[in-house]
Design a protein around this ligand. Structure first.
Ligand SMILES: O=C[C@H](O)[C@H](O)[C@H](O)COP(=O)(O)O
Length: 217
């Protein structure tokens, strides 16, 4: 099976976590795009969705799924999203598609975070994938210098502006042994909006696309 077929299998398996007559939290990325396609097949049973990016919002609307503003809802049962890396503690690196901040906000509201990944995303130690950090544009050089002090090698993601109007620094060469601490430390740097570590709020369930079918843990 190709990596995309594994993503698709994990994404469609996530439908079992979607309850009738609810609003579903929807993440961003190529794995989630498969999940949105799956949601389209059950759209008549849903109230609608809350989205973590302009790209996912457009795709949901194309399929006729109503998209609600997060500020207009009180609670969210489930949030379904992909990841760039995930470890055995269900801590993740996210933000390869620059959607990390809105993803972290929707994940914070949701009662349950279901992560959908192909099995290439499983790692023993987070950090081989460069850690995305969303930064206020005028703080970019300052934040980069502070990230160097934390032991990483930040690289400006040229040409990318987030849905929030900010920029991304991708931090290479981090060997992340304490993800919660690093998540907290990076968030303390003035000018950082969010970093792509999802450790303080990790996934509650993981659906892994494998050649033997989707596995839930
Ligand atoms: O900003 C993007 C998100 O965090 C994605 O969930 C993550 O990059 C995984 O994307 P994909 O499913 O395309 O591998």
């Amino acid at each position: 099976m190709t990596q995309d077929e594994l993503k698709k299998a994990a994404a469609w398996a996530a439908l079992e976590f979607v309850k009738e007559n609810t609003i579903v939290g929807v993440g961003t990325g190529s794995t989630v795009n498969h999940f949105i396609d799956a949601l389209g097949t059950v759209k008549d049973t849903l109230v609608g969705a809350v989205s973590s990016s302009e790209a996912s919002t457009a795709r949901l609307k194309e399929l006729g799924i109503e998209v609600f503003e997060l500020n207009d809802i009180d609670a969210l049962d489930v949030y379904i999203d992909g990841a760039d890396e995930i470890n055995a503690q269900n801590e993740m690196i996210k933000g390869g598609g620059a959607a990390l901040t809105r993803e972290k906000i929707v994940a914070a509201v949701a009662k349950q975070f279901v992560c959908i990944v192909d099995d290439t995303k499983l790692v023993d130690t987070l950090g081989e994938f460069p850690l995305p950090v969303e930064v206020i544009p005028m703080a970019r050089s300052y934040v980069a210098r502070e990230l160097l002090k934390l032991g990483g090698d930040p690289v400006y993601r040229q040409g990318v502006v987030t849905d929030n109007g900010n920029v991304i620094l991708d931090v290479y060469n981090l060997n992340i042994t304490n993800a919660k601490q690093l998540e907290t430390d990076i968030n303390q740097i003035v000018g950082v909006v969010t970093n792509g570590l999802f450790a303080m709020r990790g996934a509650d369930k993981v659906i892994i696309g494998t050649k033997n079918g989707p596995q839930i843990k």
